[in-house]
Design a protein around this ligand. Structure first.
Ligand code: FAD
Ligand code: SF4
Length: 336
């Protein structure tokens, strides 16, 4: 009898898991709450570390899902699950032989850090805004001028006890390096500064990008955290920071402040976890059965988890994990 797996979430994690299951002869249905598949990559411009357009990853995945005849239901928000299926917001139940949770992450809402003025002052943007504006070709100051000085601020909504986000989001340092290079290419006359606590370049090719940003693009990296931003009389943004390498306080006026927002756990992880006895880590991400040999298993019978629903990850890690999740599901179905 043909098996069917219910996959919750149609981002890269969900789609790649469905494709790998299909290759193993196992059918699946993808339940996606948005109107289209793709998750966050729909809004990203070019991906670090290779500057590959996000569409070059997303389009082949979507085409392959279509060609494989994998059922995709959009506008299908899942509010509960167990090892044999999922329940949608309208009460419909979708049954299967196993369930994969691939519901991803939520971007930190920069308005919560009021001291940086996001949503209050013009020209304070988030890294996600920059991706969208690069895609739309609209990146400039609010009045259309070209910025002469740009500051990036790392760790906005990550490694921050005050907003209950203690974890490192991992991808924002390298996103800051990538976007600093993109902005320098777009506005070569601008001075670009990155204010960081530590620079975390964990992936292959990331350290090289960091070096290239300094040597080839003349991006300045300042170890220090901006404490506040305030508007100046001439419409710029004054930032106050401390250079923690020299110990000196620093004030600087910039034309654009870009907040590198973190990846946080989805609010509905709690509701989904309660419905299926899944465990959440203190960060709110779903905790896998163990981080080594069972990293894509939830610990609950028939329920698997993949991608950024368990922790911040880049696209490469997410895609690789999808293959592991499909293998684990195939083993589970074989042995049942
Ligand atoms: C600013 C920023 C820039 C980044 N740039 C890069 C980059 O350049 N290179 C790189 O490698 N990585 C990058 N990343 C990381 C990348 O975004 C993630 O690795 C990737 O999005 C993870 O995919 P996912 O499928 O796990 O999650 P998501 O992309 O979050 O997809 C999850 C999907 O599940 C759906 N969903 C959620 N809840 C439900 C529910 N209850 N019912 C049904 N559907 C649901 C969502 O609508 C979404 O479609 C970046 C991250 C950030 C924050
Ligand atoms: S990756 Fe960098 S910017 Fe992001 S939370 Fe970690 S240290 Fe901060």
């Amino acid at each position: 009898m043909k098996r069917r797996v219910v996959i919750i979430g149609g981002g890269v994690a969900g789609m790649q898991t469905a494709l790998r299951l299909h290759a193993a002869g196992i059918g699946s249905v993808i339940l996606e709450k948005d109107s289209a598949t793709g998750g966050k990559l729909r809004d990203w411009h070019k991906l670090f570390p290779t500057f590959t357009p996000a569409s070059e990853v997303l389009d082949p995945l979507r085409r392959a899902v279509g060609a494989a005849g994998i059922e995709v239901r959009t506008g299908a928000e899942v509010v509960g699950l167990d090892g044999r299926g999922a329940v949608l917001a309208d009460g419909t139940r979708i049954d299967g032989d196993a369930v994969v949770v691939a519901t991803g992450f939520t971007l930190f809402d920069a308005r919560i850090k009021e001291e940086y003025g996001y949503g209050i002052y013009d020209n304070v943007l988030t890294s996600a805004d920059v991706e969208r504006m690069l895609n739309e070709g609209t990146l400039s100051m609010k009045n259309g001028d070209r910025p002469r000085r740009i500051a990036f601020l790392h760790c906005v909504g990550s490694r921050d006890e005050k907003v209950c986000q203690r974890h490192c989001s991992r991808v924002c340092c390298v996103t800051g390096v990538k976007q600093a290079m993109e902005l320098k290419e777009r506005f070569p006359e601008a001075d670009v500064f990155n204010f960081y606590m530590d620079i975390r370049m964990f992936g292959s090719g990331y350290e090289e990008m960091y070096r290239e940003a300094q040597v080839r693009h003349n991006v300045h990296f300042v170890r220090g955290r901006i404490s506040e931003a305030a508007p100046t009389i001439d419409g710029r943004i004054q930032i106050k920071a401390e250079d923690t390498l020299t110990g000196r306080p620093l004030r600087m006026s910039v034309d654009m402040l870009i907040l590198l927002v973190g990846m946080r756990a989805n609010d509905d992880n709690r509701r989904l976890a309660d419905s299926a006895s899944l465990t959440l880590a203190p960060s709110g991400f779903v905790q896998p059965a163990d981080p080594f040999l069972h990293s894509v298993e939830s610990g609950a019978e028939g329920i698997f988890c993949v991608g950024t629903v368990t922790a911040p990850k880049n696209v490469g890690e997410t895609l690789a994990e999808a293959a592991a999740a499909a293998d684990a599901v195939a083993d589970y179905l074989k042995n049942r």
